[in-house]
Design a protein around this ligand. Sequence first.
Ligand code: F6R
Length: 614
Amino acid sequence: MCGIVGYVGGRPALDVVVDGLARLEYRGYDSAGVAILAEGALTTAKRAGKLVNLREALAEEPPPAGTLGMGHTRWATHGAPNDRNAHPHVDCSGTVAVIHNGIIENFAALRSELEEAGHKLGSDTDTEAVAHLLEDELKAGGNLADAMRRVCRRLEGAFTLVAMHTGDPDLVVGARRNSPLVVGVGDGENFLASDVAAFIEHTRDAIELGQDQVVELRAGGVAVTDFEGRPAEVKEYHVDWDVSAAEKGGYDYFMLKEIAEQPRAVADTLLGRIGTDGRLTLDEMRISDQELREVDKIIIVACGTSYHAGLIAKYAIEHWAGLPCEVELASEFRYRDAILSPTTLVIAISQSGETMDALMAVRHAREQKAKLLGICNVNGSTLPRECDGVLYTHAGPEIAVASTKAFLTQLVAVYLIALYLAQVRGTKWGDEVFAMVQLLDGMPEKVDKVLETMEPVRELARSLAGERCVLFLGRHVGFPVALEGALKLKELAYMHAEGFAAGELKHGPIALIEEGLPVVVVVPPRARAVLHDKIVSNIQEIRARGARTIVIAEEGDASVEPYADTLISVPAVPTLLQPLVTTVPLQVFACELATAKGHDVDQPRNLAKSVTVE
Ligand code: F6R
């Protein structure tokens, strides 16, 4: 939510900042703006709508050339997405500019206080209050960083703030609490951003900022303190992907590229997991085998697509590790009285590692003394720092708002965790775990095979672009796949789409079936006869009521052919691993259908990647 870039160095700041914003636009695209500090004055420019509008405005009226700058791309929280509410916001004198990601919860009180003191606020945002608070604090003494520390101590809620001040012409200041901000360390130049993608073409050396820290960025160096001004320890890291990973590489959309990258992403996430002794090793687990042996319950928390990965994890954990497992929407978790103890393992799944709902669930679990394990795709993000252990997925940067390769790699991660638990708890023998990992190693090839056969799925999707509604059915791990297929269609094609457990249909939803309604059915492998045969009956039931059946089944499954208006065949794989191959056609289907409707699949309306507000 909201992308932030800050720069100080020797290059034209405007170019660096606008290029950085282009890489962060996936985080929000309601409006965009920049501020440049040059010749002792601040110039701001901002426009509602996508970055292209700001680019046009800047081309018409370029700001003076400067080497200090910052930019913002917005996902609106307080105030409509118009020019006035776009960031940066300035103080009364126009000498301080601020950009912000997050929500300042006590902004109403701060705003009244500022207005009573005579400040004139020109927008409806919570952010503008910070510019005016900085104005007052600068009058009280010290530089912009001192003022920022004092202001941060007064703010409640979640925020990343970046500010510049004409009185500190070589300084960009950033601050964070519960919202992402990373530092890019260059040679004679330094960067601030919500995500390393913004500066990856300039440097791959980064610094993780901790909670409640303020960073002073100058061309020659970076200094980090806490909100009280005490020097803080920081963790440096090297980003293991380069700029090409953050570009479209010839594809029309990032989503298409990311779907195509899935075999590689799955393979990378599996890399190096088997030690020289043939046993599964998870490097950053940091929870001891003894502690894992003592675990008596697992609770998985996650949101959206990551939640669907959690639903699939439950089947694997219960089957392989023999542990009870609950799966909860992270946004709901802390509002119920979940029973947690030091022997509960809470697994939080989040691609971005910054989803506020997931972080709040983790903090709630921490208070109850549970063990915490994160599954995350972004090195340097908050979630891994707040968990006892972590398993990184290696999907590379996911830029399209809709999660695709992140989801498949999350599945790999949950399979690995389930197998690891089985190994340390002895519910599976070493050779059984090894055999399963070998099967996983074969999955990139299977996913590749699915991708090679997607043309009929694309044709089908185009032919259904005029439909109002599509239903998705599945059983067992096919049920979360159905939910994921429906979510993809909703968010990309803005169509009514629902996923159901096939067995539930007769308890109500079957009333939705009418002549010609497209219903996608995910059929389990024939090897699970008890599941397979039931779903074949379900297909017949809906077809008898007029549904147009789109059936995803394993190759050679002739039993479904008579009841499938369209049959999509996927490679035969073990039941628990089947989501790795059945999800892919649903991603392609939603992407193509949305494109046929003329939608921008990378930036669906009302959405943003990395949801950093609750
Ligand atoms: C859907 C999608 C979202 C995310 C959700 C959680 O395609 O991408 O539903 O899965 O917002 O995000 P993370 O995994 O970053 O916590």
